[in-house]
Design a protein around this ligand. Sequence first.
Ligand code: NAI
Ligand code: MG
Length: 360
Amino acid sequence: KTYRIAVIAGDGIGKEVMPEGLRVLRAAAGKFGIGLDFQHYDWACAEYYERHGAMMPEDWKAQLAGVDAIYFGAVGWPRTVPDHVSLWGSLLQFRRQFDQYINLRPVRLFEGVRCPLAGKAPGDIDFVVVRENTEGEYTNLGGRIYAGTEREIVIQESVFSRFGADRVLKFAYELSRARARKQLTVATKSNGIALSMPWWDERADEVGQSYPDIRVDKQHIDILCARFVLQPERFDVVVATNLFGDILSDLGPACTGTIGLAPSANLNPEKRFPSLFEPVHGSAPDIYGKGIANPVAMIWSGAMMLDFLGDGAGACRAAHDAIVQAIEEALRSGPLTPDLGGSATTVELGQAIAERVAAG
Ligand code: NAI
Ligand code: MG
């Protein structure tokens, strides 16, 4: 089987790390005999917006029909497009229209990477954040009243559905069961957010009745953030609503040295629609054009894509493992980009990983 992959580089360093992701995917595909057919799209970026006044063509969904996955760089160029326009006009459309309701974000401290937390060794930080990806706090519901006056009021609704909560909680319980520690942390804030969060806790309990083998630990988001920093070894699988999951999945990787390492998978687990694989980081306008962005998040996201396409087995699984091992080796011995304390370029680190995959 040949997998059809939609390639969307997006903005800023998305355009710099994407070629390295593709370089490594090509090396892995060659090595393990996997067919990958890359189809490039030049929309979902600021340049397209500047020309057309929209982030994507109207028929974007038709243009993506039949692709097996979307490999995505980053979107956002605040100099010409407001961030909420670029995000709602592209990435959030993919997540919602393709029902990518799971956002999976592994967090791992690698050997060779200086950990900003005192006294932590690589085995101490190795967990996964499961973020709800289609509802919750990220909505367009609400509005301004008395706009422009001293009485101005703004209302922003959150939307939680039983269907939406239960499916992400179930996914998290299943993932916990598949891992060694059988432990799930549920992010909540049921002390302060007095309607939706107690309800979220109830859903976690009810879904959990089918998983008596999993130890569940509910933690309020504020102390949970503190423990990410102070006791990251406590965590194995962490499940959270859209907003809390977004925050946790930048904080987690930051605790492992740099967000330039953090990959993510936006999954429609049933494969009714294409899933999307992208770095956690954004377009980093502050370093764009220097050629120094860390390509590891992009490359690791590519490995997650292969693993998902191959259902965690066979040649795709082997290719995933080979890429992750090549990342581990490169981080141990270099070359390293500046965010990792080195002076290598994006291309040098990408090439080093691709060569290790090919040599394997
Ligand atoms: P950002 O993730 O782009 O950058 C945050 C900081 O981390 C910057 O100092 C940047 O230089 C650094 N950084 C990020 N990725 C790096 C890498 N691979 N190597 C080395 N350093 C790296 O987040 P920020 O600044 O909040 O947003 C910039 C733009 O990106 C905005 O337009 C925002 O909306 C967009 N964005 C897009 C995302 C996406 O496409 N999924 C996610 C987050 C932000
Ligand atoms: Mg984020």
